[in-house]
Structure formats: structure tokens, C-alpha cells
Design a protein around this ligand. Structure first.
Ligand SMILES: Cc1cc2nc3c(=O)[nH]c(=O)nc-3n(C[C@H](O)[C@H](O)[C@H](O)COP(=O)(O)OP(=O)(O)OC[C@H]3O[C@@H](n4cnc5c(N)ncnc54)[C@H](O)[C@@H]3O)c2cc1C
Length: 406
């Protein structure tokens, strides 16, 4: 904007609306840059914040683009058309993504969640990902739109900067999609067992050591070769603190996860990550604060990983909500940690969700007053449990969560 401002000769009011167009374009580029989920940024603020900002930038850019298109004009018909198609395309993709991908609406309304689940029989997650990628075509249209405008394209310094930003961001995106995966950690499936009614424990021996992996982290997995499952990236959390053999606890509720039973030992896996902030939060809080871990279903995975790392040094209370008694798997592991913890680890298992009274009765006064709470499960359940904890007096700064959908 500063570069354009220094060279442009337009009246101030028109210049302002051109700035809004640049703001929208800049925010779309930034949203694309964030979509590559840089691991260093994840360690700093966490994946949910990265995706939250990614969504907000897309949302706010629409408003800037609307003001720009309503209040500026262009003699070139093609430039006008490209601008209009870009705007309506972005609005359509945004509305679609808010409903199917963000959880902003569906996590807060049961009705909308049921509608989404019904529609997902056709608009499957992978199709949504492709529809979301239409944003790249929209950015290309806006790029061409700017190049066709005489009042913009006559300024060489500005156009060079405009192109440089575009090429850098699209270059980073292309590198991340096609080149970076070759540099990721790889591993081999060494075990794939059923746990409970609809969950699997998939063990992966990594080639080397996952030195950056911390307790509670998650990784995106892709099964390579002529595998029994499609080559999509799906995120799963580690279930213990080993950096050599990674155990994933995977709940089978969708197209992809249901097919995971067909993955044979020996299958090669590529792993992107690790991601997560649970361990850095644990390390940054008082060492005598009890850790209260609240897991729903397979959400217990990262919590067991935290337990593996801290059961001999911290007071820990694991609260685990499962659907059916047979879903309370990992009994051996829990008993092993409890025996080694010398009374520091307490486990409360519940069939069905924890209600307010269950939580109030299970938690000690010290846990409510001083505990650091970690909740992991499906988004609506996490939101509901956050509310319950707030109601019984747990401070918001002591509640941390990981939501198992994006
Ligand atoms: C950080 C993180 C850690 C996770 N850890 C675990 C874990 O340890 N165990 C476990 O069972 N589940 C975990 N999940 C959830 C798991 O990734 C999804 O349930 C799984 O990818 C759904 O795939 P599906 O095709 O079987 O389900 P579908 O029926 O296709 O999708 C169900 C929902 O899952 C979400 N989803 C689908 N595909 C993806 C994807 N590629 N990336 C993100 N979300 C997706 C969508 O919101 C969709 O509405 C985690 C999710 C996140 C974000």
C-alpha cells in the first residue's frame, strides 16, 4: 500500500478503495501462506489459532473486497469481469468452507451438525478440500484483474512487489504440497489391532527417531504405495512418549478411518509434523499444579501420552468418557502407569459424557482451584465440557483443549 501510495496519482477517495482491494488480496495471500501450517508457528500459537486466523482473514477480506468492488471502477470489461467473478467465487467458497470445514456454526448447533453429516455423504471431506482449493483460482483471477488495470499496471515498482508477494506465497504453497513431503519422517506399520468396538491402535516404527516429538503431539499421516487406504493426510495424536515407535489410537467413524483396518503391517507411512502445544503448556505451569486430563473416546490418546511422560513426577487425574464399557481399552497401560505413579495418578472412567455433577463429585477442591485442565474430543463435546468446567469454578486460563476436527 505504501508503494502504491508513493506512485499513484488518483484522488484520495479512489485510492482508499484501491487500498481495500490490496488489503483483500494481501489477506488472501496470507491465508494461503498459513494453510501450509508452519511447524514453528504451531509451536508458538497452536494449529487451532493458525486455522482460526486463516479463516478470519478469508472472512474479513471478503468485506474489504466488497467495498473495493462497490466503490471503484475500471474501463476494462475483462478486468471488471475478473474482479466480479473473483469476488462471487470467494464468497461462495467462503460460505461453503464456513459450513463444512470451520466448525464455527456446526460446533454450536446440533441441527446444523446433523445437516452437515447428512450432506457429507455427498460433499465428503476430500471433496470439500478440493472446493476450498478453488481459492487458488480466485487469487489467479484477481492477480490478472490487477494486471489489466492501467492505473495499477503502469507503476513498475508496485507491480514488481505485487508479483513478488504472489510468487513467493504460491511458491511456498507448491513446495509444501509437492516437494516438502519427500523430506518428512517416514515409518513402517508394525501393528494394527482393534481396540474396543470401533477403534484401532496403529503402531508405526519410524525410520530413525522422531526427535522433535513431544508428549501429546499429533502428526498428519499418509499411507504410501499401493495402500488399502487413499493417499490423504489425516491428523492423529500419539498415545505414549516413545520417539521410535509411534502408537496412534484411531476412532473409525468416517470413510477413511473405517478402511484403516485393511492396512497391513509393513505398509509405509509418511508423517508430517509433529504439531501441538500440550507439553510446552505443562512445562510453563507450576510444577505442583495437578494435571486434569479430560478425554472423550479416542481423545484419550494425547492424554495417555502426557501421562506416560509425567506419571512419576506430577499429580494427574484422567477423566475418560467412553460410549460403551468395551471402549474403555488400554486397561493394561493404565494399570502400569498407576502402579508406577505411587498414588499420583487417578483414573475416572464414565460410560457416556460427564455431567456437571459427575465433574463436581470427581474433582478434588485442589484440582478445581489449581489444576491445569486438558480436554480432548470432538468439537461440540469439548465446547460443552469447557462450559461445565467454567460453571464449577475452573479459570479459563487453566483450560486447554484439542478438538478432533478442523
Ligand atoms: C490435531 C488433531 C488430532 C487428532 N487426533 C486424533 C486421534 O488421536 N484419534 C482419532 O481418532 N482422531 C483424531 N483426530 C480426528 C481425525 O483426524 C479425524 O476424525 C479423521 O481424519 C476423520 O477422517 P474420516 O474420513 O474417517 O472421517 P469423515 O467422516 O470423512 O470426517 C469426519 C469429520 O472429520 C474431519 N476430517 C475429515 N478428514 C480430515 C482431515 N484430513 N483433517 C482434519 N479433519 C478431518 C471433518 O471435519 C469431518 O467432518 C484428530 C484431529 C486433529 C485436528
Amino acid at each position: 500500500m505504501l508503494t502504491y501510495d508513493s506512485v499513484a496519482t488518483e484522488p484520495e477517495q479512489l485510492r482508499f478503495y484501491i487500498f481495500l482491494g490490496l488489503v483483500a488480496y494481501g489477506w488472501w495471500l496470507l491465508a494461503i501462506a498459513l494453510s501450509v501450517r508452519p511447524p514453528w508457528l504451531d509451536r508458538l500459537v497452536g494449529l487451532p489459532s493458525i486455522y482460526g486466523l486463516h479463516g478470519m482473514l478469508g472472512f474479513l477480506a471478503i468485506y474489504a473486497a466488497y467495498e473495493h468492488s462497490e466503490n471503484s471502477y475500471s474501463p476494462s470489461q475483462l478486468a471488471r469481469d475478473l474482479g466480479d467473478w473473483g469476488f462471487y467465487g470467494a464468497l461462495t467458497v467462503l460460505s461453503y468452507s464456513v459450513f463444512f470445514m470451520s466448525g464455527w456454526l456446526t460446533d454450536r448447533s446440533r441441527l446444523l451438525l446433523s445437516v452437515k453429516r447428512m450432506l457429507e455423504k455427498v460433499f465428503r471431506h476430500q471433496l470439500s478440500v478440493w472446493i476450498h482449493r478453488m481459492n487458488l483460482v480466485i487469487v489467479a483471477m484477481i492477480w490478472l484483474h490487477a494486471h489489466l488495470l492501467l492505473r495499477v499496471n503502469q507503476h513498475l515498482s508496485f507491480m514488481m512487489l505485487f508479483d513478488l508477494y504472489t510468487v513467493v506465497v504460491l511458491g511456498v504453497y507448491a513446495w509444501k504440497k509437492w516437494i516438502a513431503p519427500d523430506t518428512y519422517l517416514t515409518g513402517t506399520v508394525i501393528g494394527n489391532e482393534a481396540r474396543g468396538g470401533s477403534t484401532r491402535k496403529v503402531s508405526v516404527a519410524v525410520d530413525g527417531t522422531a526427535t522433535k516429538l513431544q508428549p501429546g503431539d499429533s502428526l498428519f499421516l499418509r499411507f504410501e504405495g499401493a495402500s488399502a487406504v487413499s493417499k490423504e493426510w489425516h491428523p492423529f495424536s500419539v498415545t505414549d512418549d516413545s520417539q521410535k515407535t509411534l502408537a496412534f489410537t484411531i476412532s473409525q467413524h468416517g470413510d477413511y478411518t473405517r478402511r484403516l483396518g485393511r492396512v497391513e503391517p509393513g505398509a509405509v507411512v509418511r508423517l508430517e509434523g509433529p504439531f501441538g502445544r500440550f507439553e510446552s503448556i505443562v512445562q510453563s505451569r507450576k510444577p505442583d499444579a495437578p494435571l486434569v486430563l479430560l478425554g472423550m473416546g479416542a481423545g484419550v490418546a494425547p492424554l495417555l501420552s502426557l501421562i506416560a511422560a509425567h506419571h512419576t513426577t506430577r499429580h494427574i487425574h484422567l477423566l475418560w468418557a467412553v460410549r460403551k464399557p468395551e471402549d474403555a481399552y488400554y486397561r493394561e497401560e493404565r494399570e502400569k502407569y498407576q502402579a508406577a505413579s505411587e498414588g499420583r495418578l487417578r483414573v475416572t472412567t464414565n460410560i457416556g459424557r460427564f455431567r456437571r455433577d459427575d465433574l463436581a463429585n470427581s474433582l478434588s477442591a485442589e484440582e478445581v482451584e489449581k489444576g491445569e485442565f486438558f480436554i480432548v474430543g470432538p468439537n461440540p463435546a469439548v465446547l460443552a465440557n469447557r462450559c461445565l468446567l467454567r460453571c464449577i469454578g475452573v479459570g479459563i486460563r487453566r483450560i486447554h483443549d484439542e478438538r478432533l476436527t478442523m
